[in-house]
Design a protein around this ligand. Structure first.
Ligand code: ADP
Ligand code: CDP
Length: 233
């Protein structure tokens, strides 16, 4: 039975800003669920490549999205992603998928379908809240969320963080791919500037723990203000 009273913490930001890792830890600390929306775009890109589709052909992408059977857990300690019976958790991080995903993400009908899926996953959560992260959560997926955050960091810092995860890939190639993807993605949705009411957390000079604490501060302030408002204070 879907529940409508799930508190959403919406986090957007560019690649490598710390969305997935920070949102996961924030969800654990709050006892909330965690939804990585980028994983769905990546899984659909994987699905299209698996069908041999040209991912720049939006008609073909739409065709193949018709039988996209996607499963993700909202448990922050279970990051497995499946398409049908296939566990694609690792495969969706491969460079061929990363290179294809922006093409998928620019198809408006794909965005509408995935947005509906995200809202339904959140409303069915059995936790008091869900931390949802991506590119358009604060603006499109959950613009009414009581907590909306833009997580940023300088481009060079983001590229360095991503390349330290992908040690088997050349750092300059990883950086170029990340900047290319941000440029492409930001022409579809704006996640580089904060929409009205969205709080910016800049993690450039913060370590991971400090970033988690900064986000938790924003969450607590926003939720206590909201509770106060409900009580007429
Ligand atoms: N404030 C921070 N300082 C240092 N490293 C960080 C910080 N935030 C995240 N990281 C690390 O940077 C990498 C990229 O973070 P990730 O959560 O994957 O970003 P995104 O989901 O925005 O692409 C990860 O290895 C993560 O552990
Ligand atoms: N809400 C979202 C989330 C991701 N995406 C797309 O999905 C891709 C992968 O997202 P991701 O969050 O896994 O990317 P990283 O920031 O982790 O590198 C992005 O490059 C976007 O093209 C989107 O368009 N909207």
């Amino acid at each position: 039975m879907p529940r409508r009273d799930v508190t959403v913490v919406a986090i957007d930001g560019p690649a490598g800003s710390g969305k997935s890792s920070v949102a996961t830890q924030v969800a654990r600390r709050l006892g909330f669920g965690y939804l990585d929306t980028g994983a769905a775009y990546r899984a659909l890109a994987w699905h299209a490549l698996d069908h041999g589709i040209d991912t720049s052909d939006s008609t073909a992408v739409l065709d193949v999205s018709g039988d996209f059977d996607y499963t993700i857990s909202l448990d922050p300690d279970d990051n497995r992603v499946r398409v049908g019976d296939v566990d694609v958790t690792a495969a969706i991080r491969e460079p061929r998928v990363t290179d294809a995903v922006s093409g998928i993400a620019r198809v408006p009908a794909v965005r509408q379908t995935l947005t509906a899926l995200f809202r339904s996953l959140v409303s069915e959560s059995d936790r008091p809240g869900v931390v949802v992260e991506g590119r358009d959560i604060t603006t499109v997926v959950a613009p009414d969320a009581p907590v909306r955050i833009l997580l940023t960091a300088d481009p060079a810092v983001r590229a360095a963080r991503r390349s330290s995860e992908l040690v088997d890939q050349d750092a300059s190639v990883v950086a170029a791919a990340l900047h290319r993807r941000d440029a492409s993605d930001s022409s579809v949705v704006d996640f580089l500037t904060a929409a009205p009411g969205v709080t910016v957390v800049d993690s450039t000079d913060l370590d991971f723990t400090q970033t988690v604490d900064a986000v938790l501060d924003v969450v607590r302030t926003a939720l206590s203000t909201q509770t106060g408002a409900h009580h007429g204070r």
